[in-house]
Design a protein around this ligand. Structure first.
Ligand code: KE4
Length: 429
């Protein structure tokens, strides 16, 4: 624990020794121009900062905490795991059990490799797709975010959008030109790009429900069209389910849309709040992965027993209580309805966006169904809204381009407090 709990002193020191004082850019609160929160502890839907102020938290670590902060069953599992050691560098039954749970939930995933983050998962998946097809180009969608590996930091969402740098400096041009980018929700543009790069594209990677430019659902038939185009052109279809995996359904987005990608990436929820990522897919593709195949990928802490046991406990609880997904969707709908009523009452130029338990609020007066629509949002208004909500004790992502992640701990009472706070803030906007 840091010796000092004086917020100003911690902020000053953190900014001296860590870029922006953070270990992930969005946490610097730069785009909302508010002093960042420094967390002391969290429980259920609540976060307490080091000044003792308590917030209802809708960030929930950007997705992993489907049961809220520090649920007792997880604390006990992690404590028990730690007593047997934290990492070994050898296989354990736990990683096999978690792999089995994930594969059993996801019909098109026949084999899986555990890693330590979503970035590692997607970086490895595109490497395997390139090795499997012998092709160099990859195709992603503007505003989607797949972590920070070089090939994927092109016209990306999440923190890059927040910082206004969708394509990061520091990338080798020869690599960047291998990354093709299409608009999300536009099958004609995708078909045209595939035609123009015939037999050169190894994989298409996308978020089946985009969660890194706010929440953007695929329009009717879009994912089916992407699937068909990839099948017809020998392109590996990768669903990046780092956010949507076990969030929108126990069978993730592939189960909701009944679509079988060739590969899938997971993160967040499968680690139960500890660092885990995973990539998997069809047997013939995953057999390319070392030591069975020639495509190399490894990791010191991959499959570590703490994260595996936290993931197992989380997935088992979700598997045995599928009603959780109905509750999460009902809660998001309840929140959506309350906020929509407040938008109408105070004539705020904003629209809500929801897919199952995923939700966000766009500050724009027109419907949002594309990256271009998202880029028309009023980020200045979002900044005012964000700060107002903080003052009301509600903590949202310090960026217009992130989703809200209500958990099972966000009871109706918590949601009512949130809706009341939205009304308070809208009244002053
Ligand atoms: P990580 O490397 O951050 O574990 O996962 C990368 C990643 C991959 N794919 C998707 C769809 C993701 O959303 C992410 C990471 N999500 C962001 C939040 N939108 C991480 C937050 C942050 O960078 O601090």
């Amino acid at each position: 624990m840091c010796k000092n709990n004086n917020k100003e002193e911690i902020l000053a020191l953190s900014r001296k020794i860590m870029p922006g004082g953070v270990n992930s850019p969005v946490r610097a609160f730069q785009s909302v121009e508010v002093a960042p929160v420094i967390v002391e502890s969290a429980h259920g839907p609540y976060i307490k900062d080091i000044t003792g102020k308590e917030y209802i938290d809708y960030v929930c670590s950007y997705g992993p905490l489907i049961f809220g902060h520090a649920p007792q069953f997880l604390i006990e599992e992690i404590q028990a795991a730690a007593e047997s050691g934290t990492t070994y560098g050898f296989t354990t039954p736990h990683e096999v059990e978690l792999a089995e749970l994930v594969i059993e939930s996801y019909p098109s995933c026949e084999m899986i490799r555990m890693v330590n983050s979503g970035t590692e998962a997607t970086m490895s998946a595109i490497r395997v797709a390139r090795g499997y097809t012998g092709r160099n180009k990859i195709l992603k969608f503007e505003g989607c975010y797949h972590g920070h590996s070089d090939s994927l930091l092109v016209k990306s969402g999440s923190g890059l959008l927040t910082q206004g740098v969708p394509t990061s400096p520091g990338l080798v041009p020869a690599l960047v030109e291998q990354t093709l980018v299409c608009p999300y929700n536009d099958e004609e543009a995708l078909a045209e790009m595939i035609r123009a790069n015939q037999d050169e594209i190894a994989c298409v990677i996308l978020e089946p429900i985009a969660g890194n430019m706010g929440v953007l659902a695929p329009h009717e038939g879009y994912l089916e069209a992407v699937r068909k185009l990839c099948t017809e052109n020998g392109i590996v279809l990768i669903f990046d389910e780092v956010i949507t995996g076990f969030r929108v359904d126990y069978h993730s987005a592939a189960g909701v849309f009944n679509i079988d990608p060739d590969m899938v990436c997971f993160g967040k929820i499968i680690g139960g709040g500890l660092p885990v990522g995973a990539y998997g897919g069809k047997l013939e593709i995953m057999k390319m992965v070392s030591p069975v195949g020639p495509v190399y990928q490894g990791g010191t802490l991959s499959g570590n027993p703490l994260a595996m046991r936290a993931g197992i406990a989380t997935l088992k609880r979700l598997k045995s209580n599928p009603v959780i997904y109905k509750t999460l969707e009902e809660n998001a709908t309840y929140l959506n309805r309350g906020i929509t009523e407040a938008i109408q009452k105070y004539h705020i130029p904003a629209v809500t966006s929801q897919f199952k338990g995923m939700f966000c609020l766009f500050f724009t007066d027109r419907p949002v169904s594309s990256y271009d629509d998202v880029m028309k949002c009023d980020t200045e208004l979002y900044k005012k809204f964000f700060e107002g909500m903080m003052n009301e004790g509600i903590l949202l992502a310090p960026s217009q381009f992130e989703a809200w992640f209500p958990s099972t701990a966000h009871t109706k009472e918590v949601l009512d407090q949130t809706i009341a706070a939205v009304n308070q803030v809208f009244a002053k906007l």
